[in-house]
Design a protein around this ligand. Structure first.
Ligand code: NAD
Length: 502
């Protein structure tokens, strides 16, 4: 497709949607074939911008999980992926990346239709998704084992081997990008992967299965089981034949998965969970207009449905009044719009449940005494649209100051000293991301080190690329996506000790 043939306008995206929707793949992908769920059950997936049903998708349960696990174990035992030379695995994965690139408009549109995010934002996700597959594919034939520093009478080899069968359970907020962050290192390392997409956003995962088959991933190496968490997700998590759970989602479900691992086979559990990330703005910032713009985008991007949303804005009291005015102005310019309109910055909330949950939090903010500066009311008309909402005067005791809302709601706190800011930032069950805006290099170094967080953004929010790890501490989880650190997580270390005497 040439650049001029690519969708440019809302009408182009609608036309592409009209051709895609009637031919959506709705079946599970098990053992190299697209199949209905054993039970014959389906679940409806809706477009949250219109409320319309897009498709009825196979709703897998324990019986389907059992079939997929058996196929993955057989594939692992055959070894036609696990024991394939890394350079050959690389070629297959690069072919998959090429196919994703060729179909990126379609993949982006599926995510937009399924979960309501603006199509321009979904296109950005495709860069991250495809980049992740490429990065891990390119890395895998550069990973060496070790020869241990032993005496001459022995040889100690330290080998890296695939874990076996990995179940990846992912959320709906960045459907294909979160999927790629999980499956890229797991597949590159030689594992067989069973993907369980969110029941709220299964469409791009099923399209990815078609592309993986076309790219030449061997039978049983990559499978997709759409369905609910409490049915098929739980069955995978409790399976005695699954070696690793790679999860992105809520802290509550992450805790359940650890229990399932304990109740079954002590499988590894990598968790990327929720957040309530603090964004610290000090009075010495050079350009407060720019910082305000970033502070607003840090929470309102993706309708606030972002694990690393900068949902707690901590502002030095000396500039707070003027700075919050700027943030409110920036927020008011980020109104939600039609997700198919390339100019929209925010779209619809993923579904009615999430929409009501966010509105309940907004009501609680007012009840508990925070000052509503903008937003607060859902938009009239079809679809689940909530405008950017800013509360000032939030305290750590308030519900909206502590809990993850996962919507377009910003809580602003004031502080008077660096110590107070750090203490307030760290006073959270979560530790996924933190931001800090200052021109004072000593302060930047001091505060970055003191923030208890998996990542710290200095004079930016959400920066990073495939070369740096992404993940949290505390109840934000224990895993790391992206970079060679994630690749290492999907390998087992094996020691081979050889005696060289006589
Ligand atoms: P969720 O925990 O409700 O669901 C995530 C996945 O787990 C879904 O596929 C769901 O079907 C499955 N699941 C639910 N119950 C299960 C069970 N009992 N057994 C097995 N699987 C089960 O989360 P969500 O609403 O889809 O996503 C929002 C959450 O994800 C937020 O808390 C957000 O912060 C988090 N998130 C974290 C990151 C990160 O990298 N740390 C990234 C994106 C989203």
């Amino acid at each position: 497709m040439t650049a001029s043939q690519r969708p440019q306008s809302r009408a182009d995206w609608q036309a592409l949607a009209d051709t895609l929707i009637p031919r959506l793949e709705t079946r599970a992908f098990i053992d190299d074939a697209f199949v209905e769920a054993v039970s014959g059950e389906t679940l409806a997936t809706l477009n949250p911008a219109t409320g319309e049903t897009l498709a009825h998708i196979a709703s897998c349960d324990a019986a389907d999980a059992e079939r997929a696990v058996a196929a993955a174990r057989a594939a692992h035992a055959r070894g036609d992926w696990a024991r394939l030379a890394p350079a050959k695995r690389k070629r297959v994965l690069l072919r998959l990346a090429e196919l994703m690139e060729a179909h990126k408009d379609e993949l982006a549109l599926l995510d937009t239709l399924d979960m309501g995010k603006p199509v321009s934002s979904s296109l950005g996700d495709m860069v991250g998704a495809i980049g992740s597959i490429r990065h891990q594919a390119e890395s895998i034939d550069k990973v060496y084992g070790e020869v241990a520093p032993t005496g001459d009478d022995s040889l100690g080899l330290v080998l890296r081997e695939p874990l076996g069968v990995v179940a990846s359970i992912v959320p709906w907020n960045f459907p294909l990008m979160m999927t790629a962050w999980k499956i890229a290192p797991a597949l590159a390392a030689g594992n067989c992967v069973i993907l369980k997409p969110s029941e709220k956003s299964p469409l791009s995962a099923l399209r990815l299965a078609q592309l993986a088959k076309e790219a030449g991933l061997p039978r049983g190496v990559f499978q997709v089981l759409p369905g609910y968490g409490h049915t098929v997700g739980k069955a995978l998590a409790l399976s005695m034949q699954v070696d690793c759970l790679a999860f992105t989602g809520s802290t509550q479900v992450g805790k359940q998965l650890m229990q399932y691992a304990g109740q079954s086979n002590l499988k590894r559990v990598y968790l990327e969970c929720g957040g309530k990330s603090p964004n610290l703005v000090f009075a010495d910032c050079k350009d407060l207009d720019r910082v305000a713009q970033h502070a607003a985008a840090a929470i309102f991007h993706n309708q606030g449905e972002v694990c690393i949303a900068g949902s707690r804005l901590l502002v030095e009291n000396a500039i707070r009044e003027a700075f919050v005015d700027k943030v409110v102005e920036a927020a008011q310019a980020m109104q939600p719009g039609d997700p198919l309109d390339p100019a929209s910055f925010m779209g619809a909330m993923v579904d009615e449940t999430q929409y009501r949950r966010v509105l309940d939090y907004i009501a609680k903010g007012t009840e508990e005494g925070a000052t509503l500066r903008t937003g607060g009311q859902a938009l009239d008309g079809a679809g689940y649209f909530i405008p950017p909402t800013v509360f000032d005067g939030v305290t750590p005791a308030m519900t909206i100051g502590r809990e993850e809302i996962f919507g377009p709601v910003l809580s602003v706190f004031g502080f008077d000293s660096e110590e107070e800011a750090v203490a307030m930032a760290n006073d959270s069950d979560y530790g996924l991301a933190a931001g800090l805006w200052s021109q004072d290099i000593d302060r930047i170094m001091r505060v970055s080190r003191k923030l208890h967080s998996g990542q710290v953004f200095v004079n930016n929010w959400a920066g990073g690329d495939q070369t740096v790890p992404f993940g949290g501490v505390k109840q934000s989880g224990n895993g790391r996506d992206k970079s060679h650190h994630s690749l290492a997580e999907y390998t087992e270390l094996k020691t081979v000790w050889m005696s060289l005497e006589g």
